[in-house]
Design a protein around this ligand. Sequence first.
Ligand code: NOJ
Length: 703
Amino acid sequence: MTVQEKLGQLQQLTWTGDTGPGGGQTAETEAAARAGRLGSVLNIHGARNTNALQRIAVEESRLGIPLLFGLDVIHGFWTTFPIPLAQAASFDPEVSRRDAEVSAAETRAAGVRWTFSPMMDVTHEPRWGRIAEGSGEDPYLNAAFAVAKVEGYQGPADGSRLAADDRIAACAKHFVAYGGAEGGRDYNTVDVSEQRLRNHYLPPFKAAVDAGVATVMAAFNTVSGVPAHGNAHTMRTVLKDEWDFGGFVVSDYTGVEELIAHGFAEDGADAAALALTSGLDMEMVSTHFVDHGEALLDAGLITIEHVDEAVARILALKHALGLFADPYSDESAETTEPTAAARTAARETAARSMVLLKNEAAALPLDPATGSVAVVGPFADSTDLHGTWAGPGSHRFPSVSVLDAVRETAPAARVTHADADPARAAAAAREADVTVVVVGEDPALSGEAAVRSDIGLPAGQEELIAAVAATGTPYVVVLVNGRPLALGGWLDTAPAVLEAWHPGIEAGHAVADVLFGTVNPGGKLPVTFPRATGQIPVYYNHESTGRPYNPAHPDEKYVSRYLDLAEGPRLPFGHGLSYTTFATSDPVLSRDDITRAELEQGETVDVTVTVTNTGERAGDEVVQVYVHDVAASIAQPVRRLRGFARVTLEPGASTTVAFPLGAEDLGFWTNDPAGTFLVERGRVDVYAGTSSTAEARRTLRVL
Ligand code: NOJ
C-alpha cells in the first residue's frame, strides 16, 4: 500500500444519496472511493446504495479494498425499540440483547455492517439530552447493558460470528466521560479526577472491551483539559495498552477538526498529528489525516508505525466482518419493514421497560370492561413516540398511538380523545369513567444537542393535569419522556403514574398492555428523579460530605442541603412498583469475613436474598444489592449497585437469588494515573432490597 492508500483507510466520509441527513459528501465520497482514499462511509443504507458505492471501491480503486459502512442504529433500524434509557429501566439486559439482535439482522440486510452503538456514558445530568441514549447514572448497570448490546450485535467476544449475515460490529461510545459535561450542556468541559474516571466512567467501556467490542468512538468533550480526541492517556494508555483493545478507535463527527476549536491544536495538521499519535485510528468527516498525513510523516511529526497500526486495526475488522470474502450485500435478501416477530419483541421490551412510579388505591390496572375512557394530553394520539436517534424505520412506520391502543384493548368502551387544551381535556374527563393523561416531552427535547435548563413538564402540561384532576373523574398519568423529569406537586395527588419513556414503534400497545394489566409492570428507575432542576446533580451513588443531612435532626443548619427543598430525591434510583406486592428477606452473607488474599485468588462472598410475591397477581421484582465501603483511603460512594436480578413470581411464590461479591465489587481505583485497584481492609456494608433506599443490611469484614 502506498502511504496515500494507507491514509485513505483511515478516512470516513458521510454520504447522503437519498437516505441520510443533509450536508453529505456524496460526490466527494465517490471520488475518494475511486481514488483509494477512503476506508469507510457513514449515513448510507440500502443494499442497492451500499453495493453501488462498494463497486466503485472494489472495482475501480487500485487495491480494491472494500469500504466499511456504518450507521447510527441506536435502538432499532426498521423496528424501533424503546430508547436505551428505557431499556435500562427494565433492569433486564435481555431487553437490550433482543433489540441488538433484531437491529443487527435488519441493519446487515440493508448493507450496513457497523453500528455506532451502544452508548455507555454514565451521567449525573438529566438536563443533558443524551441521557436518553445511555443506561443512566450507574456504572454497573451501564456495563451490564453495554455487554448485552455488544453481544447482541456481534455475537461471541472472539468475533467468530462477525461475518454472519445477521451480525454487525458494535461501537462503544463516547470515550470518555462525555456524560460529565458541566451543567449538562452538550459538548461541554469535563474535569474529572483519575479515581472518578476509573470508578465511574470507564467500567462500562472495560466491560464492552472484554465482550469483544469491535470499535470505540472518541467523545466530543475534554477530559481534564485534554480533548478526548487527542487524549493519549485515555486512548493509548488505558484503552490500547492497559486493556489490550484490539479494535479501532473512530473519531466522532468532525472531532479531529474540533481539536482546533478546543484550543488544543493550532491547525488541521496539528490536529491530525495529535489525534493519531494519541491513539485515534479513523477520522470521521473532517479530512486532516489524509490531507496532512504525508507532510506530517515527512516532518517526523507522526511515524509510519502510527499509520500502520491504524490501518492494520481497520483492515482486521474488515476481514473479520467478511468484507474481503464478500464485500456486497444480497439485494434480494433486503428487508423493508419490521417482521411480526420484531414488532412483538419491540412491544414486549417496551412494556418491560416501563416503571410504575405511583399507584394509590389500585388505580391501575384499568378494567378493560370499563364503560368509557378519555385519552387526553399532547401525546395521547401521537404516532411519533420513537424517541431520539430512531432509525430509518421511524420515518416510515409510525408508532402505535396510546389512543388507538386503548380503543383496541377496551373494544366495548366509549373512548374519547382531547388534546393538550385543559378545558377540552376536562370536558372529556367529565364524561368518562376514567381518564388517561398522556404528557411528557417531544422526542426532539432529548438526544444530541437537546439540552434543557428546566426539566419540568413542558409548559401547560401541569395545568392540563390539574384541570383533569379537578373534574373528580379518576385518572392516571402516563409519562413519555427521554430523561428524568422534575415532577411537580401534581405527583402528590395523582392516583397513578406510569413512566413509559419513549417506547418506540409499538408504544401505544405497550402502554395499553400495562395500563390494562396484560403486563404487570416491573421496571425500575435507572436514574434519580430530582425534586427540582436546581437540585441537580442528585444521584444515589454520591460520596458523603463531612456534614451530611441527618433525618433525626431535620432542623440542623450546618449540613449539606438546600434551604428550599426537602432532603433527598423525588424518586430514587431503583424505584418502581408493581400491581402485586413483594417482601424481601434481609440479606444473608455466606461468610462474615474474607481476606484480601482470598479475594485476590478470586474467592467471593455470596449475598442471598429471598423474595416473595405477597400479593394476588403474578409479577416481577428486581432484587438489588448495594455495597458501601465504610472507611477507605478514598471516600467511597454511600452506595454502589453490585448486583441485580429481575425475577417473575406467581402469587405466594418465593425464590432465593444469590449475588457473588468479589474483589471487583469490594475494591476501587485510586488516583494513580497508571491504574491502581485497591481492596482495603475494613468494614463493607451490604444492602439488599428493591431500590437504592433499601435498609436491610449486613456487614462484611475484609481482613
Ligand atoms: C455525532 C454523535 O455524537 C455520535 O454519537 C454519532 O455516532 C455520530 N454523530 C455519527 O452520526
